[in-house]
Design a protein around this ligand. Sequence first.
Ligand SMILES: NC(=O)c1ccc[n+]([C@@H]2O[C@H](COP(=O)([O-])OP(=O)(O)OC[C@H]3O[C@@H](n4cnc5c(N)ncnc54)[C@H](OP(=O)(O)O)[C@@H]3O)[C@@H](O)[C@H]2O)c1
Length: 285
Amino acid sequence: MILLTGATGKTGSATAKALNEKGITFRALIRNEEKRGDIESLGGEVVIGSIENKEAVDQSMVDVETALILLPNSENQLSLEKQLVDSAKQAGANRVVKMSSIEATPDATSPIPKLHLESEEYIKQSGLSWTMIKPNFYMQNLLASAGTIKDQGKIFLPMGEGKTGMIDTTDVGKVLAKVLSEDGHESMNHEITGPEILSFNEVAEIFSKGLDKQVDYVDVPLAAYKETLGQFLTNQWHLDAVIDLFKGIADGGIEEKTDTYSELMGESPKSLSEFISENSFIFKS
Ligand SMILES: NC(=O)c1ccc[n+]([C@@H]2O[C@H](COP(=O)([O-])OP(=O)(O)OC[C@H]3O[C@@H](n4cnc5c(N)ncnc54)[C@H](OP(=O)(O)O)[C@@H]3O)[C@@H](O)[C@H]2O)c1
């Protein structure tokens, strides 16, 4: 049995869908009864409970062979991931697949990449077989700019000249479904970028072409951006951590794309222009 955590979120739901398309059944630990139907419609078995509830976690691990550890960023993420690993081990699971990030490198100083790396180390020490999935910046993060793209033709972000190799979460879900359901990925770090390394000025140019209207990138000073983001992200740890992550992008970001997606999937990952075209109804007024 495959266990998914985070199955109702961006990456987890893409993973559940991709598993269903492959005809593979799975179990999901979810906290919201109202989302049960979404999982069951994809052939998934549901355990209702919070990741913070050890009893629910232990219950979800019964007869699990491979567990996906996919948690949202929070101050408690590391301790909750450790609890999941301990529970998987105790239940006799064979392997954990951890959703990490490409920035989680030994020289990372930012809180989110650092906690991912520490969690990776814990998993490697656990004696369980493991695979790390390490994507770059999600194209779906741009959906937060849909309103200003639509109304003002502007993307307000604090990324300076920094670059990312944006990847669509659907593609990450496909990789996860493959890795969770196959052997041969043990002790591997799958670093995943999209097909192009782009600055945010280049991102705006691609939006202009895709939407057939002028879209500009406005480089917002980090302090001003933090003030705006603080209206939505009310947890101080999370706000500081996201700002620190964005500062890392502004300081340079990712310089080289990886071929991991095409090597694993035998096809190219989605380009930004394809993503814009698929989601044009969200970006167009
Ligand atoms: N965004 C990026 O660009 C990016 C890039 C690389 C890596 N990552 C990593 O991806 C991870 C986040 O993935 P995501 O963006 O797919 O997450 P997401 O969309 O925020 O979804 C979070 C999931 O966790 C579930 N969840 C939260 N608290 C829970 C609890 N107490 N008990 C049970 N379930 C709980 C949520 O359930 P509900 O539906 O009930 O809320 C949801 O299914 C992070 O670790 C991040 O570092 C993100």
